[in-house]
Design a protein around this ligand. Structure first.
Ligand code: AMP
Length: 216
């Protein structure tokens, strides 16, 4: 299955993508994770992306499209993928459509996770991430077993720079301006499915599986 997951920052894209990738056994491709990995390792891509991300802005389309193309050309994507956080602009969506068409492929669904801005701001303020392996946590909903220590690798769990309140506000503005129009775009293509992301993680996953027609 080839799926894109859309939604505002903090709507639960990453959490649901992680669940889906286990169930469907296809790669989870998060452009945000790819950028963060490159920033941490101080690569040329990381240096270019860093300033945009820290200002709550989108990384330019060309740069983002290039990394997605490289990733989708890997053989593990042939049977499917979960694209988390891409596309985020109409230009990126068109790029993806053309890329898939040129490779005799197409998207199966565009999953949109809906959540209100106020809830998102509350949710993001509790979000934490492992400095080393990137595992995601939440101080209320998915706490670490030992305080601030990653359950997976034992390294320190921290707050992402771009999860700070001022940057979150900018990310939400960017979302409404650039990414929300994709809802209409994919609806017109008959690919859009919506789920309510304001319920708990398990409830949202149940709804996600239902709208995607996955029997689990
Ligand atoms: P995320 O983890 O998906 O919230 O992404 C974190 C940040 O990475 C975003 O706020 C953007 O600055 C950047 N980013 C991630 N995906 C994209 C994309 N498809 N296009 C442009 N910028 C992106």
């Amino acid at each position: 299955m080839k799926i894109v997951i859309m939604g505002a920052p903090g709507a639960g894209k990453g959490t649901q993508a992680t669940k889906l990738t286990e169930i469907l056994a296809v790669p989870h491709i998060s452009t945000g994770d790819i950028f963060r990995y490159n920033i941490k390792n101080n690569t040329e891509l990381g240096q270019k992306a860093n300033e945009y991300i820290h200002q709550g802005q989108l990384v330019p389309d060309g740069l983002t499209e290039e990394i997605v193309k490289d990733r989708l050309l890997k053989s593990d994507c042939e049977k499917g993928f979960i694209l988390d956080g891409f596309p985020r602009t109409i230009a990126q969506a068109k790029f993806l459509g053309n890329f898939l068409q040129n490779n005799q492929s197409k998207l199966d669904k565009a999953l949109n996770i809906l959540a209100d801005d106020e809830l998102i701001i509350r949710r993001i303020s509790g979000r934490r991430v492992c400095k080393k392996c990137g595992a995601g946590y939440h101080i209320e909903h998915i706490p670490t077993l030992a305080e601030n220590i990653c359950d997976v690798c034992g390294d320190e769990v921290i707050q992402r720079d771009d999860d700070m309140p001022e940057t979150v506000k900018k990310r939400l503005e960017t979302y409404h301006r650039n990414t929300e129009p994709l809802v209409t775009y994919y609806s017109q293509q008959g690919l859009l499915v919506n789920v309510n992301g304001e319920q708990g993680i398990e409830g949202t996953t149940k709804q996600v599986l239902k709208v995607l027609g996955i029997d689990k």
